[in-house]
Design a protein around this ligand. Sequence first.
Ligand code: FAD
Length: 432
Amino acid sequence: PISIFWFRRDLRLEDNAGLHHALKSKYPVLPLFIFDTEILDKLENRQDARVEFIQKTVSEIAQKLKKNGSALLVKTGNPEVVFGEVLQEYNVQEVYVNHDYEPYACQRDEHIESLLSAKNIPFFTFKDQVIFEKAEVVKEDSKPYSVYTPYRKKWEATLKPFHLKAYPVLKYTQHFLKTEPLPFPDLKSLGFEPAGIKFPSAKPDVEIIRQYEKHRDFPALEGTTRLGLHLRFGTISIRKLVAFALKENAVFLSELIWREFFMQILYHFPEVETQAFKPAYDNIKWRNNEAEFQRWCKGKTGFPLVDAGMRQMNETGFMHNRVRMVTASFLVKHLLIDWRWGEAYFAEKLLDYDLAANNGNWQWVTGCGCDAAPYFRIFNPESQLKKFDSKLEYVKKWLPELGSTAYPKPMVEHAFARERCLAAYKKGLAEK
Ligand code: FAD
């Protein structure tokens, strides 16, 4: 008889709540990872660096387990089918996981749970990816917050040392099932190739965090942590990071709270996945010009800060936050293209892509989200450039042809686009 711990967005062997509880169970633990073909088959880019990152990380976990005389069971397929197989191959008594919040994951887990319960196998699930989830931080009347600052205050007031306590794993390693190493798929056999991207380290850089508010808005500097990817896949513990942020920098901590703010918005208002948080904004008539959208995607708008950002993301899977705001605003406000088009493009390209954060930020930029900036505040991409990359260091890095005749002319005039946007928003918002 064994217990299964199923890894998903929690790819680490330290401070892992679900794994900790599995190891304290009565049975030896066989950890499982599933390359989910429901997700992989939908990815158009066969060089998707996120698949490479997962494959590499999971393989490191398997190596560590091997040193311990235990193993990671790796399967490829639809999770329900895979669980069917695993239950045939092993005498499974219990299954442990960490909560996963995205709508697809919730549905998947419901199916697995009912498949297991038909065989009287309990499915234990734990909070691990956030400090506060679902309805843990709500208003006095139990309604969810939709404004950030009061949410942050309540979040901070609710936090106790208990919430940051680590869930040790390493001291229980003798409780993993002792077994020979099991087969492990390489990237090619999964149908993918390396993207040639260098992944950022999962170790927080103390100096970056200490100087965070001084440097974080300047895209030419290494002013932000690049931990987004690690928070996405759980290769860093949020408890450890929050404990560190509490000690070192309140502004940085507040960014981690934004992450949880948008997660709870998606939980309480799942309709935001496809609709504006403020429904009136769905009356805006977007222009949705396909050719203009393509110019934006390729970084050929003629606005250096927008183009540099898009090319940075296309080439590396990362874009600086300040530039994410400017590129997103340009798409929605200067080109009047539906924010959902931009959201989908970012989802395809960002290594740190996260449904709640991406959706929340796109809606914020558009003005239709909770606690969004007023819609009539329209970023001027030229003044943003002067303010945040005055020496043109960032834009020159990504736009080698800048200043030559090969660089495109601005595809739209700022003052004209601004007026057109204000008129379209006004008209849409006036409709019943
Ligand atoms: P740091 O500045 O070092 O911040 C540390 C962590 O705090 C981040 O990794 C992230 O987990 C969290 N964080 C910081 N800012 C935000 C924010 N505004 N909202 C939510 N969490 C935040 N972030 C994502 O994690 N995934 C996305 O898909 C995503 N899409 C975005 C789309 C748009 C249009 C915009 C404007 C922002 C988006 N962000 C997204 C938020 C932010 O840009 C990134 O989290 C940040 O740039 C990642 O870089 P970093 O890890 O160096 O962040």
